[in-house]
Write a protein that binds this ligand. Structure first.
Ligand SMILES: *[C@@H]1O[C@H](CO)[C@@H](O)[C@H](O)[C@H]1NC(C)=O
Ligand SMILES: *[C@@H]1O[C@H](CO)[C@@H](O)[C@H](O)[C@H]1NC(C)=O
Ligand SMILES: *[C@@H]1O[C@H](CO)[C@@H](O)[C@H](O)[C@H]1NC(C)=O
Ligand SMILES: *[C@@H]1O[C@H](CO)[C@@H](O)[C@H](O)[C@H]1NC(C)=O
Ligand SMILES: *[C@@H]1O[C@H](CO)[C@@H](O)[C@H](O)[C@H]1NC(C)=O
Length: 472
C-alpha cells in the first residue's frame, strides 16, 4: 500500500479515535496520579481482533481491517477438495515422529513436556539406544518411546558421509510402520522442536490430505539455505508429510538413502526423496527452525500473519522471556497458547495519535510502544536484536528484512491473561528493560516511561481470515 493511501486512512482514523483517546487520556492521567503512590500504571489498549464482534464501535470497525489484515490461513473448508465428505481434520489425524538420543533426552524433555498432551497427541519418540534404569519406568506423560532400528549396515554399505543422518531419515519409515489408523499427516521433528499442535491441526486442515504434500519452512539464515537447500523444510521446525506421500516414500526409503550418500543433512536427504515424486516444498511461515542466536525477541515481536506452528533451537538463544530461564519461558508462552493459540504471536499495529505513539502487539508475547508514528510497513519488520546462525555471516544475513535495534521501543512482555466476564480475552503485559541498543533511542515529546502495564482485549473466538466483505 502506498504511504499516501495509508496517510489518508490514518487521517480518517484520527477522527474516529478522538472519543476513545479522550477516555484513554483521562485513564492515563488517572493512572499517573496513582503511580506516585503505587507505581503501577496502566494503559488500556483496546484491541478487537475479530470481525465477528459487530457490536464494536465505529472506531473499531474502521480500525479493524487494518488491525487484522488477511492472512494465508483460512479455516477448514470442506468443499475445497474432492473427498469433501471427509470429516474436518482434528488432532487424532496427526502422528508425530520425534527423533532424540539418550544423551539429549534428559536435558530436552521439558521442551516436549511443554506441548505433548498425553493420550491426546499421537506419536513416538525415537531413541538411539536402549534406556538405562535411570529413565524407567517411562512416564505416561511423555510420548511413547521406540529404539531406532539399527541402521549401521545401511550406513556402512552406502558409505554415507554423515552416518548419523541415516537414522533420522529412517525414522519416517519407523513412524509409518507403527500402523496407526486414520492418519492424515505425519509431522516429523526433534526433541527440541516445540510444537503448537492446535495450530498445526488448523493449518493442515486446509490442505487435501489425500494428495502428496511436503510442508515445512526455510531457515531464517540465508547461509543455512544456501549451504543445505532453498527447497527443503528444515527439520527442527518440523515437516509435515501427507499420508499418501509418506506411504509412497517408505516403499523405498532405504533405496533413497542409498542414492544420496554424499548429502550431509537429513533434511536435505528427505527433500531429495520427496523430489523423486515431483513434490515441491509447501512453505508455512509459522514453522520456525530458529537458526538464530542471541535475543530473538525482535523476531518473535514481528511474526508474519500466519499461525505459529513451531519454535526450535531454544537452547541456542536467550530465554525468550528475559525474566525467566529457557524452560520457564517455554511454559510461559504455552500459558498464552492455552488461552488462544490462534492469535499467538500475531502482530497488531495501532496508533494513539494525540501522543504520537505507535503500538506493536505480538499477542501473548510482547507489546512495543514507540514515541513516534511509524508506518506499518516499517513496524512489521523485526528489530534486529538477534544474530544469524553463522555469527560472522555477511549480509544478506536473513531471509527477511530487519530494522536496526536502534529504534528501541518501550518493551512489555506477556504476564498473564484470561477470559473477561464479557466473553473477551484480556492479556496483560508488563514492562521490561528495552533490549540492549546503541544510545540512539528515538524519543518523542510524550514519554511512555511511566507506563508499567498494558492490557490487550481480544475476542474469545478463534482468529480467522478476514474476508474482503468483512473488511469493508
Ligand atoms: C476426529 O475425527 C474423527 C473422524 O475422522 C472422529 O472419529 C474422532 O472422534 C475425532 N477426534 C477428536 C479428538 O475430535
Ligand atoms: C493414558 O492412558 C493410559 C491407558 O488408558 C492410562 O493408564 C494413563 O494413566 C493415561 N495417562 C495420562 C497421563 O493421562
Ligand atoms: C515536539 O513538539 C513540537 C511542538 O510542540 C514539534 O515542533 C516537534 O516536532 C515535536 N517533536 C517530535 C519528536 O515529535
Ligand atoms: C507529533 O509529531 C508531529 C510530527 O513530528 C509533530 O508535529 C507534533 O507536534 C507531534 N505531537 C506531539 C503531541 O508530540
Ligand atoms: C503530549 O505532548 C504535548 C506536547 O508536548 C503536550 O501538550 C501534551 O500534554 C502531552 N500529553 C500527555 C498525555 O502527556
Amino acid at each position: 500500500m502506498s504511504s499516501l493511501a495509508s496517510m489518508i486512512k490514518l487521517s480518517a482514523l484520527k477522527q474516529k479515535t478522538r472519543v476513545l483517546s479522550d477516555s484513554i487520556v483521562s485513564n492515563i492521567n488517572l493512572c499517573r496520579t496513582l503511580a506516585i503512590s503505587v507505581l503501577v500504571l496502566c494503559l488500556v489498549c483496546l484491541i478487537f481482533l475479530d470481525s465477528s464482534n459487530r457490536s464494536s464501535s465505529k472506531f473499531f470497525s474502521y480500525l479493524h481491517p487494518r488491525l487484522a489484515p488477511s492472512n494465508p490461513y483460512s479455516s477448514p473448508n470442506p468443499n475445497r477438495y474432492p473427498g469433501s465428505s471427509d470429516s474436518p481434520t482434528n488432532i487424532s489425524h496427526l502422528v508425530f515422529g520425534l527423533v532424540t538420543a539418550v544423551v539429549t533426552w534428559k536435558p530436552r524433555k521439558p521442551y516436549i513436556d511443554a506441548w505433548w498432551q498425553p493420550n491426546v497427541t499421537r506419536g513416538y519418540l525415537f531413541l538411539d539406544k536402549p534406556l538405562s534404569e535411570e529413565f524407567l519406568p517411562w512416564p505416561s506423560t511423555s510420548p511413547p518411546y521406540r529404539i531406532s532400528d539399527d541402521t549401521s549396515k545401511l550406513e556402512r554399505e552406502s558409505r554415507h558421509v554423515a552416518p548419523i543422518m541415516v537414522r533420522m531419515v529412517h525414522s519416517i519409515l519407523e513412524t509409518f510402520r507403527e500402523g496407526d489408523q486414520g492418519v492424515r499427516w505425519y509431522v516429523m521433528g526433534f526433541d527440541d522442536s516445540v510444537f503448537f499442535v492446535e495450530n498445526w491441526v488448523d493449518v493442515l486442515a486446509k490442505y487435501d490430505h489425500t494428495k502428496y504434500y511436503y510442508i515445512g519452512d526455510y531457515s531464517e539464515s540465508v547461509l543455512s539455505n544456501l549451504f543445505f537447500s532453498f527447497d527443503q523444510g528444515f527439520g527442527g521446525g518440523g515437516i509435515a508429510l501427507s499420508y499418501p506421500l509418506a506411504a509412497a516414500m517408505v516403499k523405498d526409503l532405504k533405496g533413497c538413502i542409498r542414492r544420496y550418500p554424499f548429502v550431509r543433512s537429513a533434511d536435505t536427504i528427505i527433500q531429495f526423496c520427496v523430489d523423486e515424486f515431483g513434490v515441491p516444498l509447501t512453505v508455512e511461515k509459522g514453522i520456525h527452525q530458529i537458526d538464530l542466536v542471541g535475543d530473538i525477541s525482535g523476531y518473535l515481536s514481528a511474526h508474519p500473519q500466519s499461525p505459529l506452528l513451531s519454535l526450535h533451537h531454544l537452547d541456542f538463544v536467550h530465554p525468550i522471556f528475559p525474566s525467566m530461564d529457557r524452560f520457564q519461558s517455554t511454559n510461559h508462552l504455552m500459558e498464552a497458547a492455552k488461552i488462544d493459540q490462534s492469535r499467538l504471536l500475531q502482530q497488531t499495529i495501532c496508533y494513539l495519535r494525540p501522543q504520537n505513539w505507535s503500538f506493536s502487539v505480538s499477542w501473548g508475547y510482547s507489546v512495543h510502544i514507540y514515541e513516534q508514528i511509524h508506518p506499518r510497513s516499517m513496524l512489521k519488520r523485526p528489530l534486529e536484536t538477534f544474530k544469524p546462525w553463522g555469527k560472522n555471516a555477511k549480509p544478506p544475513k536473513f531471509m527477511f528484512n530487519t530494522r536496526w535495534p536502534c529504534e528501541t521501543p518501550s518493551v512489555f512482555f506477556f504476564e498473564s491473561g484470561g477470559k473477561t466476564s464479557g466473553n473477551q480475552i484480556v492479556t496483560n503485559y508488563v514492562r521490561s528493560a528495552s533490549p540492549a541498543h546503541p544510545p540512539c533511542q528515538w524519543k518523542g515529546n510524550n514519554s511512555t516511561d511511566y507506563i508499567k502495564k498494558i492490557q490487550v482485549f481480544s475476542s474469545a473466538t478463534k482468529r480467522k481470515e478476514v474476508s474482503v466483505k468483512q473488511s469493508r
